[in-house]
Design a protein around this ligand. Structure first.
Ligand SMILES: CC(C)(COP(=O)(O)OP(=O)(O)OC[C@H]1O[C@@H](n2cnc3c(N)ncnc32)[C@H](O)[C@@H]1OP(=O)(O)O)[C@@H](O)C(=O)NCCC(=O)NCCS
Length: 252
């Protein structure tokens, strides 16, 4: 399947890895279901030796593809943003594993996420950013997990929804919270139950309403839901802007 198949509404299809403009928040999406030869070529041409070694350790081909597609798209976009070859980017990890670049290349915030056959990469010059995508599981454990990740206020709203409503709200909530967690870079040390993102049972569109900004770790995070065919969200600091959505059709 090519990356052009079934591009969701609101996303602009392009095979040009454009650099982000100052102040913009750009989210790129792609599918990982490309021909095996294409994925192998990306692995050998764009990934670092450490990333290639990691790719070789995945048990499932789906996870290997997601890793290769995520890192190769990220490297290409950062390469255009910084005017450097993809292989010259020394991607390191912060205290809890958030990928980063050393100054002065830290001027462009970035983050990536994968779920099932989808990848998202967010770039935001002059900002800190986190992104998350969650493809719903067929046998979804949402009711079991809810009390572990929701605040008391959120749980009360959640429990007032019907079964289908709870399932959809759970994945939206998870993606939004995870985007905030990833923006802060704190990973599993972040107290997700202290974060309130679910605002009410029903907003203007009849679906549960989520807050558009939230405070965490001393910063105000702007929140935007994305619709790449699954629950997804981006969190960023600084002034509110509408994220630009691009669907990567290269390599297809
Ligand atoms: C890495 C983490 C932040 C997210 O993992 P995940 O949701 O399973 O996976 P995603 O695909 O969304 O993100 C993985 C990518 O995030 C990036 N990442 C890794 N650690 C990160 C961190 N601490 N902060 C931000 N981004 C991180 C990496 O690029 C990684 O992909 P790569 O290794 O292929 O480059 C992980 O620490 C985690 O699962 N935290 C859970 C926190 C939690 O309780 N969430 C509940 C929300 S309700």
């Amino acid at each position: 399947m090519s990356n052009r198949a079934r591009i969701p509404d609101g996303w602009t299809a392009t095979n040009r890895p454009l650099g982000p403009e100052p102040g913009e928040v750009v989210v790129w999406a792609c599918r990982t279901t490309l021909a095996a030869g294409v994925v192998d070529r990306l692995e050998s041409r764009i990934l670092s030796p450490a990333e290639r070694a990691r790719a070789g350790r995945f048990r499932f081909d789906r996870d290997r593809r997601a890793h290769i597609m995520g890192r190769s798209l990220l490297r290409r976009l950062l390469s255009v943003a910084h005017g450097l070859p993809p292989g010259a980017l020394d991607l390191r990890e912060g205290d809890h594993g958030k990928p980063c670049l050393e100054p002065p290349l830290d001027a462009v915030g970035f983050n990536l996420s994968h779920s099932a056959d989808r990848v998202l990469v967010a770039l935001a010059p002059g900002r800190t950013v986190g992104v998350d995508i969650e493809v719903a599981k067929e046998r979804s454990p949402h009711d079991e997990i809810a009390s572990r990740v929701m605040s008391p206020v959120e749980l009360e709203i959640y429990r007032g929804l019907d079964q289908a409503g709870r399932r959809a709200a759970f994945y939206r909530l998870w993606a939004i919270k995870e985007a905030v967690v990833k923006a802060t870079g704190r990973g599993l040390t972040f107290p997700v139950r202290e974060l309130d993102v679910l605002a009410s049972r029903s907003g203007e569109d009849g679906r549960p309403r989520f807050h558009r900004e939230v405070e965490a770790d001393g910063s105000l995070w702007r929140l935007a839901e994305l619709a790449p065919g699954a629950a997804a969200a981006v969190a960023f600091d600084g002034a509110r802007v509408e994220p630009r959505l691009r669907w990567w059709t290269g390599d297809g």
